[in-house]
Design a protein around this ligand. Structure first.
Ligand code: UD1
Ligand code: CA
Length: 449
């Protein structure tokens, strides 16, 4: 029997998002909302996770999480209590305690959840609730406490059922709970339908209080973590909070960010020490950046890997890899499959796609290199273009090491330029050039040097 299993509620309709995309698949700082509680549960050591889905969103959710979790399908509008109930057939009798969280609560921290679990087990409670103090009215459920010295929890009142509209500080429910398993499975059927016939999981707090069994709310020291996403205003608000946290994390890890408010860093990005991130820069998706780099101003890096001592100035880097000591920009574009080995220099107005530049290769000025291999120490002159597409198919260009490609060379693929060869300015190269020869003219003729 597991000590702890987890249930993530993701079967709600999410109508307030006004979206064709299920709410839990909307992204926060580059990652789908639902992945946050899955990773949170894994990080606190939960092995078995059941995600409660609906008939309409099950395919999308399974597409996102695959076999990494188990699934229960909730049918009908039976509310959060009904959602938990639909996981009973999978989990009942299999664990001592059950964690429950909404799929729309991405800010709950590992520390808070660990504290909740620790106190729940230590005090042998039936129900423990993670709560937080927030200011002003909100749609979150409100914790009701007794006036006795222990301030015992009496129940949770949902915002729509609460007449108190005051602006004072409220203790609200994060939607993250730890339950003693047998108590949960034996009491869920006591939850009566509330508003619009939905059965509230939160009614269990009052049921526990009336039975005189242990129910407690643990108040988080970080109020923002109790917030959830119900509409796109809340999504943007949480994104703002999370982005600020991410930037502070990297600054405390030794990254300089000169104008934090203008920098976006997604949640799975990593950045090495003494790297400087200049204004108006976006680091997106699975991007990793080494140490001692200068990124920005005005650069976007998406799903890319950058080594140490690199510079990316006002450029866009997508699905590309840069080894160490590489510099690029301003105004250049690496697309999918661009791979720049050590000390490659790319200047301005260069587009590179599906091409490996070997160590020390240089392309200082405008041009397009696609579906190619550029050898070590090659100098690619201004205006060089790989004519890789004949209208039907893409073809490869190979430029071997130490070649000098003259300005405005058209490399009509498929074509190979042998090591140490040279092309003259304006050459249109339609046939392979042997090593150490010179190719000039239109179409290019091969000349012995
Ligand atoms: C819920 C809590 C509220 C708490 C807030 C925290 C209830 C009744 N209220 O309110 O006290 O402050 O979360 O964010 O639980 N879901 C299902 N099946 C359903 C209904 C909902 O799986 O039938 C899922 C949703 O997909 C969502 C989560 O449960 O991920 C919470 O549902 P939601 O409707 O967003 O509840 P809140 O109104 O936010
Ligand atoms: Ca919610």
């Amino acid at each position: 029997m597991d000590e702890l299993v987890g249930i993530i509620l993701a079967a709600g309709e999410g109508v307030r998002m006004k979206s064709r995309v299920p709410k839990v698949l909307h992204r926060l700082c580059g990652k789908e909302l639902l992945k946050y509680p899955v990773e949170l549960f894994r990080n606190v050591g939960v092995h078995r996770i059941v995600v409660v889905v609906s008939r309409s969103n099950q395919n999308a959710v399974k597409g996102l999480l695959g076999d990494s979790v188990e699934y229960a399908v909730q049918s009908g509008k039976t509310g959060t209590a009904g959602a938990v109930e639909s996981a009973a057939s999978i989990l009942r009798g299999n664990s001592q305690n059950v964690l429950v969280i909404g799929g729309d609560s991405p800010l709950v921290s590992e520390d808070s959840l660990k504290n909740l679990i620790g106190a729940h087990i230590k005090d042998a409670r039936q129900m423990s609730i993670l709560s937080g103090m927030i200011h002003g009215s909100s749609g979150l459920g409100r914790i009701r406490r007794d006036q006795n010295p222990q301030q015992s929890v009496l129940g949770i009142v949902e915002a729509i059922d609460d007449s108190d509209r005051s602006d004072e500080s409220l203790e609200v429910n994060s939607g993250a709970y730890c339950f003693q398993s047998d108590w949960l499975w034996n009491n869920l059927n006591r939850v009566e339908p509330g508003n619009e016939s939905e059965r509230y999981l939160t009614s269990l707090a009052a049921i526990a209080a009336e039975q005189g069994v242990g129910v407690a709310a643990l108040t988080s020291s970080e109020p923002a973590e109790v917030l959830g996403v119900n509409n796109r205003v809340e999504l943007a608000n949480l994104e703002d909070i999370k982005r600020q946290r991410i930037r502070e994390h990297w600054m405390l890890e030794g990254v300089t960010i000169t104008d934090p408010a203008s920098v976006m860093i997604d949640t799975d990005v990593t950045i090495g020490q003494d790297t400087v991130v200049l204004p108006n820069t976006m680091l997106i998706g699975n991007t990793s950046i080494g140490s001692n780099c200068e990124i920005g101003p005005g650069s976007t890096l998406m799903d890319s890997t950058v080594g140490n001592e690199c510079r990316v100035t006002s450029s866009v880097i997508e699905n590309a890899i840069m080894e160490d000591g590489v510099d690029i920009g301003p105004f250049s574009h690496l697309r999918h499959g661009a791979y720049l080995e050590n000390n490659v220099h790319i200047g301005n107005y260069v587009e590179v796609k599906e091409t490996r530049f070997a160590a020390g290769a240089v392309m200082g000025h405008f041009g397009y290199i696609g579906d190619a291999a550029i050898g070590a120490r090659v100098n690619v002159g201004a205006g060089t273009v790989t004519c890789n597409y004949d209208g039907k198919e893409k073809h490869r260009t190979v430029v071997e090491e130490d070649v000098f490609v003259g300005c405005d060379t058209m490399l009509v693929a498929p074509v190979t330029i042998g090591a140490n060869a040279t092309t003259g300015a304006g050459a249109v190269v339609t046939k392979d050039v042997p090593s150490a020869r010179l190719a000039v003219g239109v179409p290019a003729k091969i000349i012995q040097r």
